[in-house]
Design a protein around this ligand. Structure first.
Ligand code: ZN
Length: 259
């Protein structure tokens, strides 16, 4: 999407506004993680959240009415993911669809030779390439108020969107600055993903949620949740992966949990 000069000016204006105090209070109540942030981080989070609130189309599904609480709570959690980035507003994601709770979607599973099995599955959220992010509000709330269990739906779905910034193929690798970084990332993430698959297979203990063993793209999304919410175990057991995640996200969540 070409970002026009007018849109850029509008965005800069939004970012300079202070956040309304009632919105700030919503963040205090619903996004436990913000209490770990320093003043500057909190200010950055609020100014980014204002952009998400203003620029995205927020749509309620199954009769859910979008309120300030919904917009502010979700926008603050996306902004947490983006704290280390200067200008990441997911311009390819124009809409955020919110269901009241877990919802049912049609699933398609290929059985090979052109056979496609269709069924229904229960979902908490989805991320579409150049399309919307879909979220269950009940899960957003549940994950928002607990910041140290390694589960966060908003971080998960938007990590998929980061993965898709370099193309439709979700491969657990977001855009990186240099070829050397890319090569190192792929070597480490491939190895760590295989490790989780084998840990799950043989019933060994693991830090990451076993859903990450479904596909390497799920591994990246699940590991992102763990990176933010259980950084100490992540760093202790997977130091190299922790290092490349810290470089990529430009954040060191372990420092927020130490001591
Ligand atoms: Zn996922």
């Amino acid at each position: 999407m070409i970002f026009s000069w007018i849109a850029r000016r509008r965005r800069d204006r939004i970012r300079r506004q202070p956040m309304r105090s009632d919105w700030s209070q919503i963040i205090d109540r619903n996004v436990a993680y913000v209490h770990r942030l320093n003043r500057d981080e909190r200010a950055k989070l609020e100014s980014d959240a204002l952009v998400f609130i203003a620029e995205k189309n927020w749509e309620g599904c199954q009769g859910l009415t979008i309120s300030d609480e919904i917009r502010v709570t979700i926008a603050a959690q996306i902004s947490l993911l983006c704290l280390g980035f200067n200008d990441q507003f997911f311009d390819m994601v124009q809409s955020i669809l919110v269901y009241p709770d877990v919802y049912t979607g049609k699933s398609h599973t290929s059985l090979g030779s052109g056979v496609l099995m269709e069924g229904v599955s229960h979902r908490e959220g989805e991320a579409w390439y150049r399309g919307p992010v879909i979220l269950s509000w009940a899960d957003v709330m549940e994950d928002g108020v607990r910041d140290n269990d390694g589960n966060n739906l908003v971080l998960h779905e938007f990590a998929h969107q980061l993965d898709m910034l370099n193309g439709r193929v979700v491969d657990g690798t977001p855009p990186l600055e240099t070829q050397a970084q890319f090569d190192r990332w792929q070597a480490i993430i491939d190895r760590e993903y295989e490790q989780l698959v084998s840990d799950c297979q043989y019933g060994r203990s693991h830090v990451f949620d076993s859903y990450g063993a479904e596909h390497i793209s799920e591994f990246f999304a699940v590991a992102t949740e763990t990176f933010f919410e259980r950084p100490l175990s992540f760093r202790a057991r997977h130091p190299e992966l922790y290092e490349i995640f810290s470089q990529y996200y430009r954040q060191n969540p372990a420092a927020r949990f130490d001591g």
